[in-house]
Design a binder for this molecule. Sequence first.
Ligand SMILES: [Zn+2]
Length: 492
Amino acid sequence: MPKKFYITTPIYYTNNPPHVGSAYTTIAVDVLARYYRQKGKKVFFLTGTDEHGEKNAQAAKKANKSPQEFVDEIAKSFKETWRALDISNDDFIRTTEPRHIKGAQKFLSALKKSGKIYQGKYEGLYCIGCEKFITKKELADGKCPDHQKAPKKVSETNYFFKLSDFLDRVKKLISHDKIKIEPLERKNEVLALLKQGLEDFSISRQKVKWGIPLPFDKKQISYVWVEALVNYITAIGYGSNQKKFNQLWPADLHLIGKDILKFHALYWPALLLAVGLKPPRKIFVHGFLTADGQKMSKTLGNVIDPIYLADKYGVDALRYFLLREIPFGQDGDFSIKRLEERYNADLANGLGNLVSRVLTLSEKAGNFPVIASERKRAKQSRRKNELIKGVKSTQKKYKKALEKIKFHEALEVIWRLISACDEFIEKNKPWTLISEQRTANSEQKLKEILLSLLLSLKEIAVLLRPFMPATSEKILSQIKLNKKTEVLFPRL
Ligand SMILES: [Zn+2]
């Protein structure tokens, strides 16, 4: 039985259409999903949309639409965008779907039954942009630093979750990497938060209308964050398909942005423990993208549409750029200038040039068929041929980088092999063998050179497949290598 690998993006708020930031996260998860599928794992890749809450209701009002109408449209644009960006998700969960509502209510009932829910009065400040309570300490000039808006004063009776009862257990799980949080600085950040201590949090709202009613008190609506987190289990059958749920849970990887770390690393595991479910195995946290050095925001007008970029530069170029330019996990800057530079240097001149060079050489040499004896010879030359030796070490380094979720390193490794191919061509000058009167000896040498290049090119295409699926397919179809040669390089 292949091992399952359940991987998720966060579900995205439907108050705005997808932008390059959500594309960044989704492309990253897609690359991992494709990589593990290629490795033979039974991958389940989930993404979706977070459609309830005041923020979405307000956006709908502004657009003169009913909340449902509004979120239907935005959810559609997310789906279309992911299709356009070649995202291979296995499911797309919308939090307004019946399967989610049913599962969320089951979860809330279980939470109530656990005895860890109590009624209390809440008074405090609330930022609608963040959909969370905010302390005075967190404000800058009286405003939420992320949204540049003053928070609302809220005073109401609602239900609270006894977070404090679970913090010791969560702390232990995180310290022992039972819930692995990466990169390390994020794990330390979470442990520091635990040291400071955290207050119980409310799981319901009284005055909000657009959401899921608590099954045990219909006057109250589930706090949108609690309901949103639960998507990771409702999508795989919690409350609707127990068998599927048992097969897939716990999640092997939640990939998230750093702004939602506390919810995923502390609240979510605590909520799961309260109802007797396992916490996720791993949470990987990536940084923020800025645009030309500035925070991307609608108000600043520098939000970048990923569809526009994909149309202009190509889907694969966008996928490549986002994961090559910025070390994954750190903050990074998105700039069109850099995208164009990388496009020209790495894709057109690097990869594109190598492919056309090798294909032209092979064509000039007469597109020789690869037969069993050549396969044997190539196998022997693997020991002496530097280029072929390099392929093996490339595979190893690539695998290591991807398993640590270091996309930029995996791509760097591929591009080193591309350079090695160029150097190999320069050193062996195969064109001199093509033009001269061919002897049996020079013919054999030419074949060996070209075969080494074609095999390396094939390997480059295979390694690129998770990142640039269409480009990879195109290269593979152009090489037309004899099937038998493939056994030389077993799949990773
Ligand atoms: Zn805010």
